[in-house]
Design a protein around this ligand. Structure first.
Ligand code: PNS
Length: 162
């Protein structure tokens, strides 16, 4: 039984994240989506809200579970008995950061492997931050996030006119 972990901030989960989770869930027996508890506490949504939104969005994938983690990812991986980290790649610009993350994790835990999944071209521009910014200034983001996230964005982020 192979369990993979898909870590991230997921603040909030986007259609791009869902696509990566779907691809990973089809490749491994179990996928654990792991929501980082940001120590800086500057996230838009609490870790509970981020988990709820992710669970709602991934309900169609029976082998996916959602948990949170604190501190080092590799410690969480060991605790969950997983040796595979899943990360999505949107563009070459993601690569430098992702490669550094993978190298750091390998240094910390050589038995753990990072797998990269390329996003679909139609999601290559999507990011949680971009969606929140666009929403704040009145942009149409309804097609970029699942309905539960869209509803919570409307509740959480007041529109700005400038
Ligand atoms: O969605 P994000 O913010 O790009 O995800 C980044 C994440 C959560 C994968 C990364 O910040 C992380 O693993 N943080 C936990 C702390 C850690 O293990 N750091 C060592 C590797 S640099």
């Amino acid at each position: 039984m192979i369990r993979a972990v898909y870590p991230g901030s997921f603040d909030p989960i986007t259609n791009g994240h869902i696509y990566i989770a779907e691809r990973a869930a089809s490749l491994f027996d179990e996928l654990l989506l792991a929501v980082l508890v940001n120590p800086e506490k500057n996230s838009t949504f609490s870790v509970e809200e981020r988990q709820i939104m992710a669970r709602e969005a991934l309900i169609h994938l029976p082998n996916v579970t959602v948990k949170y983690f604190n501190g080092l990812l590799v410690n969480f991986m060991r605790q969950e008995q997983s040796r595979i980290i899943i990360r999505g790649l949107r563009a070459l610009s993601d690569f430098e950061y992702e490669f550094q993350l993978a190298q750091m994790n390998r240094q910390l835990a050589p038995e753990i492997e990072t797998f990269f999944i390329a996003t679909d071209a139609k999601y290559s521009y999507l990011s949680s931050r971009g969606i929140k910014d666009a929403f704040r200034f009145g942009g149409t983001v309804r097609d970029m996030v699942p309905p539960g996230v869209y509803r919570r964005l409307r509740e959480r982020i007041p529109p700005t006119n400038s």
